[in-house]
Design a protein around this ligand. Structure first.
Ligand code: BDR
Ligand code: CA
Length: 313
């Protein structure tokens, strides 16, 4: 079977970084490019971090393109309180020697979708949806060419993580999230409901640290840093490992369960800005526009992640 072609749009972020490593280590995926966006930290840092991570993965062949440095119509909100001032606190990686591709992320996404056979490229956004919305605005012809958008964002039964109502990625750029969910492109959404089941327990971190390659201790240190905040917040063993759920779904969809629902994003209200309103019980009669993931086999997820990380150097 030929590999599934993907573009990862990301704001690394420790969990984004682990998602990049998982994809880089998986032969089922053809990683066409990594595009960066402002989110967890400003764009210059998310781009630098993407370069560091792809170099750590030994994947110098994948273009890295910088994208939007702010949301569509609201000021940028960042999350240094979760990820540290660099976005990748927990371990210091060497300065990358990889050069950033000169193309803008939005141009790269449009160009790739136009060049590749229609229906073969999957977009994997792991941060605010600004680049994806801009690409759809600038080139509406790409919408039917996208195989699927598989994203981390939103929350419904779990509520929000940055406000009581909203998850971070949708909160940062609610307009972009709204435009993506009304684009007609097939969407799979990994919300907090599923990522809050993918917990970095002490035992899982130790298994990754013990892999015996260069990457194991780096990922363990990231998980420990990132977890510190969430463990205190949620009062549990381990923090949620959000973004790798997107890549794990591509590799092993049977690890996840969910259902097709109508999803709308709040853009107007100050109180509930960025909230994902999921019609789980189909009470609106509105057509489903997303596959919403609800549960994950977390042992299977961490077994997959650990095995894939062990393939890296
Ligand atoms: C999302 O926000 C970021 O902090 C993480 O990288 C993840 O993409 C979780 O709400
Ligand atoms: Ca992210």
């Amino acid at each position: 079977m030929s590999a599934l072609s993907i573009i990862i749009d990301t704001d690394p972020g420790q969990d984004d970084a682990i998602a990049l490593l998982l994809a880089a280590a998986s032969p089922e995926l053809e990683l066409l490019g990594v595009t960066t966006v402002a989110g967890n930290v400003p764009l210059a840092l998310t781009t630098l971090n993407a370069c560091k991570v792809m170099e750590l993965a030994g994947r110098r062949d994948v273009p890295i393109c910088a994208g939007a440095d702010r949301p569509l119509d609201v000021p940028l909100v960042t999350a240094e309180h979760v990820h540290g001032d660099t976005g990748l606190n927990g371990v210091q990686l060497p300065e990358p020697t990889l050069a950033v591709d000169p193309r803008h992320a939005v141009d790269f996404i449009i160009q790739t979708l136009r060049e590749r056979e229609a229906g073969t490229v999957t977009l994997c956004p792991l941060g605010p949806l600004t680049n994806i919305a801009l690409a759809l605005r600038q080139a509406p012809d790409i919408a039917p060419r996208i195989r699927r958008i598989v994203l981390m964002g939103g929350g419904f039964f779990e509520g929000g993580n940055v406000t009581p109502a909203a998850e971070f990625n949708f909160y940062v750029d609610p307009r972009a999230a709204h435009e993506v969910f009304t684009s007609g492109v097939p969407i799979t959404m990994a919300p907090l409901d599923v990522t809050h089941e993918a917990l970095t327990t002490a035992a899982r971190i130790e298994a990754i640290r013990a892999i015996g390659n260069r990457v194991g201790p780096v990922v363990a240190a990231w998980m420990e840093f990132f977890e510190r905040y969430d463990e205190e917040k949620y009062g549990q063993d381990g923090g949620p490992l959000h973004d790798p759920c997107v890549i794990a779904w591509l590799l092993r969809p049977a690890l996840f369960s969910g259902r097709d629902c109508n999803v709308r994003i709040e853009t107007a209200s100050e109180l509930t800005r960025g909230m994902s309103v999921v019609d789980w019980w189909a009470v609106t009669g509105l057509p489903a526009n997303a596959q919403v993931l609800r549960h994950v086999d977390s042992d299977g997820f961490f077994a997959l992640l650990t095995e894939r990380l062990s393939r890296l150097g």
